[in-house]
Ligand binder design. Structure first.
Ligand code: NAD
Ligand code: IPM
Ligand code: MN
Length: 359
């Protein structure tokens, strides 16, 4: 690198379980994508989740938050696992705080069925062929953050409460992100709610209608979450951009993983506020396969492609990563969740190798 290279500071938070495995793969692919680009990757590594708890720290140590806030982008593997499930603080609390502190209210989760991988879906190939949905999940509101929240009393009279609360401002801003993203696609937005039962959903729908009126050139459809959950599997190609609240978005995007056939393929990017964007695979720490070197790194690698687009403004490099992923898939360099026998590092090396050939 020459001394004129622009530095790109990436705060890397590997976390728990397969988190470090897929993060290592993603950083290697990012380095390969940036080779010869004039951008110098400067990764720094920080504990979060169970990894931080094990070192006697909080799940989001202040130094990790500081490094993340000051970085150009943040990359996170996964947090959580059975080891910490009964502890006084949960690893997941670290991730929730991080999203909130970064102001990452919009969580963008593309779900695509790559050409040639249709037969790996548990759904019929003709049903999933061409499926390409962009979920925009509200990420810093709703039941995840509403107060009061907690448990009280003693058995047999224990009670627990969660609070779902949304303000007009919270709904408006995430709807605006969805419309903006739909502008680069087919201009169709589906807003998912439970307006027949929940007050927060009725407000969600009212605001969605109002935001929709400001974008008359877009087609806005409203769908109740229960029937959406079914339509997603029966007719996935009906949808383009789907916007919904935090909890529904969490559940529906895991369900959408049935389209490609594995959670290991789905990337995610969260942002919209003052802080840098946060990139992660959608999946968790996968304790059932952690430590075996067989986690699918493609979700994390496709999150790198989102980073190249959203944080670096390099759609050309983002496309190069996507093409390298498609190439690895065509080569049948696949991890066991996709019916292959390749390891995490073999897949990452194949993708990085295909990127190197491009130079
Ligand atoms: P999970 O997403 O970790 O795993 C669900 C299933 O998908 C498992 O069978 C797993 O083996 C498989 N899977 C996940 N990622 C994969 C990959 N890259 N390659 C191949 N297979 C993969 O969900 P879970 O088991 O319900 O949760 C485990 C822990 O992860 C929990 O503590 C949960 O809170 C946490 N979690 C964290 C995040 C995050 O950090 N963003 C997301 C979801 C869950
Ligand atoms: C996700 C995860 C997180 C969420 C957990 C780990 C807090 O499931 O990113 O989808 O529920 O948002
Ligand atoms: Mn989830």
């Amino acid at each position: 690198m020459t001394s004129t290279a622009r530095r790109f500071r990436l705060a890397v938070l590997p976390g728990d379980g397969v988190g470090p495995e897929v993060t290592g793969a993603a950083v290697d692919v990012l380095a390969a994508a940036l080779a010869g680009s004039g951008l110098e990757l400067e990764p720094t590594y920080h504990p979060i989740g169970g990894a931080a708890i094990d070192q006697g720290m909080e799940p989001l140590p202040p130094a990790t938050l500081k490094a993340a806030s000051q970085a150009d982008a943040v990359f996170l593997g996964a947090v959580g696992g059975p080891r910490w499930d009964s502890g006084p603080v949960r690893p997941e609390a670290g991730l929730l705080q991080l999203r909130r502190q970064l102001g990452a209210f919009a969580n963008v989760r593309p779900v695509r069925v790559l050409a040639g991988l249709e037969e790996l879906s548990p759904l019929r190939p003709e049903r999933v062929r061409g499926a390409d949905i962009l979920f925009v999940r509200e990420l810093t509101g709703g039941a995840y953050f509403g107060r009061p929240q907690g448990q009280a009393g003693a058995a047999p009279s224990r009670r627990a409460v969660d609070t779902t609360e949304y303000s007009e401002k919270e709904i408006t801003r995430v709807l605006e992100v969805a419309f903006r993203m739909a502008g680069e696609r087919s201009r169709r937005v589906t807003s998912v709610d439970k307006a027949n039962v929940l007050a927060t959903s009725r407000l969600w729908r009212e605001v969605a209608v109002e935001v929709g009126r400001r974008h008359p050139e877009y087609q806005l459809e409203h769908c109740l979450v229960d029937s959406f959950a079914l339509r997603l599997l029966l007719r996935p190609t009906d949808f383009d951009v789907v916007v919904t609240e935090n909890l529904f978005g969490d559940i529906l995007t895991d369900e959408a993983a049935a389209l490609p056939g594995t959670l290991g393929m789905l990337p995610s990017a969260s942002g919209g506020g003052e802080g840098p964007w946060l990139f992660e695979p959608v999946h968790g720490s996968a304790p059932d396969i952690a430590g075996r070197g067989i986690a699918n790194p493609l979700g994390a690698i496709l999150a790198v492609s989102m980073l190249l687009r959203l944080s670096l403004g390099r759609p050309d490099l983002a496309v190069a990563v996507e093409e390298a992923v498609a190439g690895a898939v065509r080569d049948r360099c696949l991890t066991p969740d996709l019916g292959g026998s390749a390891s995490t590092s073999e897949v990452a090396e194949r993708v990085a190798g295909r990127l190197a050939v491009r130079l």
